[in-house]
Design a protein around this ligand. Sequence first.
Ligand code: FDA
Ligand code: NAD
Length: 427
Amino acid sequence: MGRAFVYVILGGGVAAGYAALEFSKRGVPPGELCIISEEPVPPYERPALSKGFLLPEAPARLPSFHTCVGANEERLTPKWYKEHGIELVLNTRVKSADVRRKTLITATGETISFKILIIATGARALKLEEFGVEGSNAENVCYLRDLNDATRLVEVMQSRMAGNAVVIGGGYIGMECAASLVINGLKVTMVFPEAHCMARLFTPKIAEFYESYYEAKGVRFVKGNVLTSFENDSEGKIKGVILKDGTRLPADLVVVGIGIRPNTELFGGQLTLEKGGIKVNARMQTPSNASIYAIGDVATFPVKLFGSNRRLEHVDSARRSARHAVSAILSPDKTGEFDYLPFFYSRVFALSWQFYGDNVGEVAHFGDFAGGRFGAYWVDKGRLVGSFYEGGNREEYVVIAEATRVRPEVADLDELGRLGLEFAFRF
Ligand code: FDA
Ligand code: NAD
């Protein structure tokens, strides 16, 4: 039993959706492209799951956030795939891959063969069990990676209104879910091992702004601490969490966001891995096999601007790497090297920030921290390499992005801080 396609996209997330749109724009003939996804629905904008999907009123629900609405492009509903002759193989886990023979085998035993494979398997949430904590499969402990997780989180949240929520992890999921839980009326405590929230990106000064804002909304922070065990009731549900220093926090609901692991296992021993991802060149093509491409969270690609290979875990990178790979496949002579400026953003409560580039080197803060319109520049080896801004408008975000791309020389960090946005407007 088997099917054969010219192009197969393995994984049905953000990158897959944007790749499908690019294939159709470039006129792929019906029947040549297939997307295989473990999920029951076609690709959707995953960022909605920790934002609009969790709102108590008028929450976002499919089909409203199928890709590619996040980039103001066409919305690819199941009907769209049908009309464009793109085969959707949903609810289907691929359990093995043979890159030399160009075949994939699904959990039901079907063989799907390809001429070109685009790996878009993304990543999965790390589990507390991987850190030696047992019991996170309880009914009221939630992770958040896909639609099933988000649906479950909404159910648990709605059955615990006004209850105590403990959020484990101070990264993106922790911050966005904590805000959503507050909006839903829960009492929230955030627990994380670092000295401040968003430690991978924020400086202590930036973090202080968000932590004060969250505290004013009723969120409590427990920093420099980790969960060591759960306390269960007689039905096996969690009623509290115990931290490393012995503190007990009551919990009607626990949300865990402690990072992700890229889904590379199918290709171990077959493709080169780097920085936890599948190594690709500036065409998003694996160096060991010219028929295999990787895009999105699972791909480690050269970021020209930094002169190093990176694996990024953000939606803009997923969208753009997808488009680039399809362009490299269908128009090889017209496609240059992927020249990507990393872009991260978040929206919580009434706040909204954007970051471009790299957060290495020295930092100059600027703007009005008390008024909620402020930013930071990162300067490495005498050049601007990263820019952050909270509360900006479209034009301001465009200029900090452009300035970061130009990598201007910076002679005086204090002067840079004094100039603030004015500096970026020069480029
Ligand atoms: P993605 O995870 O989207 O898709 C992978 C797909 O592959 C899934 O459908 C999975 O089921 C499938 N798959 C994996 N293995 C398979 C197998 N063996 N067989 C079949 N199918 C398989 N970023 C950002 O910049 N701004 C934001 O606001 C947010 N917000 C946000 C919220 C939440 C809740 C999450 C979880 C993530 C974000 N992100 C984000 C990150 C962003 O969503 C992420 O970078 C992209 O979804 C990555 O897209 P990919 O297509 O690479 O993976
Ligand atoms: P993350 O890497 O942003 O944060 C992980 C956090 O887990 C760390 O900040 C740390 O506080 C905590 N941590 C690590 N080990 C721990 C342990 N043993 N016990 C307790 N805490 C621990 O990852 P995340 O928040 O889980 O997000 C998952 C993925 O989703 C990431 O790829 C992220 O980029 C993506 N995401 C992005 C956005 C966005 O870009 N706005 C929003 C949501 C999710």
